[in-house]
Design a protein around this ligand. Structure first.
Ligand code: UDP
Length: 572
């Protein structure tokens, strides 16, 4: 049946339940943001103009909040534990509810078994019979529980294609593929689930190999913006870091410098005494309820990060409330190779600052990324911030409407269960042909008829549509994430299958002495020097993130909507 937008959250609030601090935190957030979700629903409804939206049966199993995974977070909510996850789950639940889907929420293994129709207490009773849901949103903990308690063999089970894994930092194809990861040293602490990596959904658009789920932040109307700008205190700074441990190690110097110019505020959790890590000149408010933190940010001019935590929601909230976010540049970048925090995480991503999204997608004047070891640079950044006027700013993709639009598009179009139409089509009489270009560094625009693509093939059409594809060759040692970005495009893993062929190589005028198909996460790619070309043998390994100094990659890039990097222009 047709899904109808909901603007009333009361039934969702009832569903979430009570009794734990984590649940109260999420419900407070839902209530506080309810009006802005309501407005967003009306706007998206108007924008989609009666388009048919199928109502889906959706199970949300929040693995990290279950007793079985130790529920390490609930007790920490009051102490400044990772609230970012809680923020995101609250927003996911709200988005699914507002979009009008049929929602079930599980926060224990028992509930999970109940919803999936698995008899409880039977150990690893295998899941049989049809799945009563179209979609299951969970996390890595939830995956582990489904495997352990339901004997879900993730390699072959039909259920797997319905799962979406909420995964803050993302999982790249080389780490997700069990056999490949084991053979080639892409070890991770998170297991190898052999999913299509677009089934992992991240907090920020890290690598397009994953889907970008995101969360929302405060939205202000023009009156509010004006009043915030009038009431800004140019000499007021708030420090990013709600746990005392985040203030340790060499932060004194920066804080001293900062204090020379500004009044420094903190929201560091404490029990009875002031945490010794926090200098006496800092006005510490203790961990604040979210709405009080927003009030503090509305008055402050500067929100300052000291390098940890990485990539949380708080900087976006600060920028949305008219602060300038100042953060350290990481040189060399932090990654799983050189930093404890990322070690064992299933990604090779190089993190160039505390919050790369703020750095790359927002930038000046809202964000300043500087070398903190250069005291002159640090000093002049603070002085510049004090005299710069900025308006509150929130990227569209972090508004309620933006999140609803994106989640709507994923739900209606992403399909990891149906077999993909073969490409080039087996029965096509026309030979696939790319227009021949002037050389490998140029973008080519194929059209679907030249590709011999039969739009009326029985398999579902490609999403994003083939019309959004722009083929591009990367430089040696460059990933497709970067190559597409340089051309103001986005790598689109769903379109790899269209460029994984000899015709694409020919279209780029690549000279190949041999063309081999291999299981290698940098393929399709070619080496100019050795005149070698490689195609991808295992679709699970199509990777935007993959790179090798020996190869230039064939990259399927696409356009994107303004302020909504997850969606191409014709993707709605
Ligand atoms: N937060 C809060 N009170 C505070 C400090 C932070 O409610 O005193 C909230 C903040 O609004 C944000 C969330 O905690 O939405 C997560 O903050 P952070 O960016 O530090 O991310 P995390 O490290 O928890 O992922």
């Amino acid at each position: 049946s047709q899904a109808a937008f909901r603007t009333d959250l009361s039934s969702l609030l009832d569903q979430v339940g009570t009794g734990k601090e984590s649940l109260s935190f999420m419900k407070r957030r839902m209530r506080r943001l309810a009006p802005q979700w309501g407005t967003a629903a009306q706007r998206l409804h108007a924008k989609l103009r009666q388009r048919w939206r199928e109502q889906k049966k959706i199970l949300v199993h929040v693995g990290f909040l279950t007793e079985e995974s130790g529920d390490v977070f609930s007790p920490k909510v009051l102490k400044g534990g990772p609230l970012g996850e809680m923020v995101q789950w609250a927003d996911i639940l709200t988005a699914l509810h507002v979009l009008g889907h049929n929602l079930k929420i599980s926060m224990s293994v028992k509930e999970l078994q109940g919803f999936l129709g698995v008899p409880p207490g039977r150990g690893s009773c295998p899941l049989t019979g049809p799945l009563p849901f179209d979609l299951i949103y969970t996390d890595y903990h939830g995956m582990q529980q489904m495997k352990q308690h339901m004997g879900l063999s993730l390699k072959r089970h039909k259920l797997v294609c319905h799962i979406r894994v909420i995964d803050t930092f993302g999982t790249e194809p080389a780490y997700n593929h069990e056999e490949y990861a084991t053979l080639h040293g892409y070890r991770s602490n998170w297991g190898y689930w052999n999913l299509n990596t677009r089934q992992y959904m991240t907090m920020f658009p890290h690598t397009p190999d994953n889907s970008f789920m995101g969360f929302v932040s405060e939205e202000l109307n023009d009156t509010e913006k004006r009043s915030i700008m009038l009431n800004k205190v140019n000499s007021m700074a708030v420090v990013y870091g709600k746990e005392a441990s985040m203030w340790k190690q060499g932060k004194e110097g920066f804080l001293q410098t900062l204090h020379r110019y500004m009044e420094v505020h903190g929201t560091v959790y404490y029990e009875t005494q002031r945490p010794p890590e926090v200098p006496a000149f800092v006005k510490n408010h203790g961990l604040l309820p979210q709405h009080e933190l927003q009030t503090l940010l509305r008055r402050a001019k500067l929100f300052i990060g000291f390098g940890f935590p990485y990539e949380g929601p708080a900087p976006l909230e600060a920028i949305a409330n008219g602060c300038i976010y100042l953060q350290p540049k990481f040189r060399p970048p932090h990654s799983s190779l050189n930093h404890e925090f990322f070690r064992g995480k299933p990604t090779s991503r190089e993190v160039s600052s505390q919050h790369p999204y703020a750095e790359q997608y927002i930038g000046r004047p809202h964000v300043m990324t500087v070398d903190y070891n250069n005291s002159q640079e640090f000093d002049s950044a603070i002085r510049e911030i004090m005299r710069t006027k900025v308006e509150p700013y929130l990227p569209y993709e972090y508004t309620c409407e933006g999140m609803l639009e994106r989640v709507h598009a994923y739900i209606q179009h992403q399909d990891f269960c149906s077999p993909e139409a073969p490409f080039p089509p087996a029965n096509s009489s026309t030979k696939t042909q790319w227009p021949s270009g002037p050389g490998p560094q140029f973008v080519l625009l194929p059209n679907s008829s030249a590709l011999g693509w039969a739009p009326n093939a029985s398999a579902p059409p490609s999403w994003p549509p083939l019309s959004s594809l722009r083929l591009l060759a990367s430089q040696d040692g460059q990933s497709c994430v970067e190559a597409c970005q340089r051309a103001h495009l986005v790598c689109e893993p769903a379109l790899f299958r269209f460029v994984n062929n000899k015709e694409a190589l020919r279209g780029l005028a690549v000279q190949c002495e041999v063309v081999e198909a291999e299981v290698n996460h940098v393929f399709p790619a070619f080496s100019v020097l050795r005149r070698e070309c490689g195609l991808q043998k295992d679709p699970l390994l199509y990777s935007c993130a993959g790179l090798s100094p020996k190869y230039r990659r064939l990259c399927p890039c696409r356009d994107s909507r303004r302020g909504q990097v997850a969606l191409c222009r014709d993707c709605l």
